[in-house]
Design a protein around this ligand. Structure first.
Ligand SMILES: [Fe+2]
Ligand SMILES: [Fe+2]
Length: 198
C-alpha cells in the first residue's frame, strides 16, 4: 500500500534528477548571458545547485533510502526551451531578458516542488528532512528574486539607452533595436533554418 512517505520519495527522486540536469545547464546559461550581473547570478546559483544535489542525498540518507533519480521530463522540457531561447538572434538586452524568463520558469518549478516536499516532510514528522528541503526552498526563492532584480536592471538600462539614442544617437543597443551586436559572446549557429529545401 502506498503512503505519503512513498509519494515523498518519488517526488524527491524527481527533484534529484532535476537538480542534476541543472548542474549541467547552468554553466551554459552563464555563458550565454551578456549582462555581468546575470552571469554572476547564474554562477552563484550553480554553486548553490550543487549543494541542492547534496542536500537531497542527505535527505535520502535520513530516510534510509537509496539516492535514486527518476527522469524529470518537466525540467528536460524547461531546459530545452531555454536552449532554444539562447540560440535566438536577439540583441543582448532582449536575449538576456528571454534567458531570465526561461530561468525563472525553472526556479518556479523548483519552488513548487520543494514547497510540497518540505510540507509533506513536516506532516510526516520528519523534521530534519524538512529543514534540509526548506533551506533549499529559501535559496530557490532568493535566486528567483535575484533574477527579477537583474531583469529590472536590464530593462531599465535598455530603456535608458533607447531614449538616449533618440536624443543624441548614442552607440548603445536599446530595446527594439534590430541592430546585432558583434561583440556578443554567444555563438551564432549558421544552421538556424528549420525548413530545408531540396
Ligand atoms: Fe535547485
Ligand atoms: Fe534553482
Amino acid at each position: 500500500m502506498e503512503s505519503l512517505r512513498d509519494v515523498l520519495i518519488e517526488e524527491l527522486r524527481d527533484l534529484y534528477d532535476a537538480e542534476k540536469q541543472l548542474v549541467k545547464a547552468l554553466p551554459k546559461m552563464a555563458k550565454a548571458a551578456g549582462n555581468e550581473d546575470l552571469r554572476t547570478a547564474f554562477e552563484n546559483h550553480l554553486e548553490e545547485t550543487k549543494g541542492h544535489v547534496q542536500r537531497l542525498e542527505q535527505a535520502f540518507e535520513l530516510l534510509e533510502e537509496k539516492a535514486k533519480s527518476k527522469p524529470c521530463e518537466a525540467m528536460k522540457g524547461l531546459i530545452a526551451e531555454g536552449s532554444e531561447t539562447m540560440e535566438e538572434d536577439f540583441s543582448e538586452p532582449l536575449l538576456d531578458s528571454a534567458i531570465i524568463c526561461a530561468a525563472q520558469k525553472v526556479e518556479h518549478y523548483e519552488i513548487a516542488g520543494y514547497g510540497t516536499v518540505a510540507a509533506w516532510s513536516r506532516a510526516l514528522g520528519l523534521e530534519n528532512v524538512a529543514e534540509l528541503l526548506e533551506q533549499t526552498l529559501e535559496e530557490e526563492k532568493a535566486a528567483d528574486e535575484k533574477l527579477t532584480e537583474v531583469a529590472g536592471g536590464i530593462i531599465a538600462e535598455a530603456g535608458a539607452a533607447a531614449s538616449s539614442d533618440e536624443e543624441e544617437e548614442g552607440d548603445t543597443v536599446g530595446v527594439g533595436s534590430a541592430q546585432k551586436k558583434g561583440s556578443s559572446n554567444r555563438s551564432s549557429p549558421d544552421n538556424k533554418s528549420k525548413r530545408r529545401t531540396g
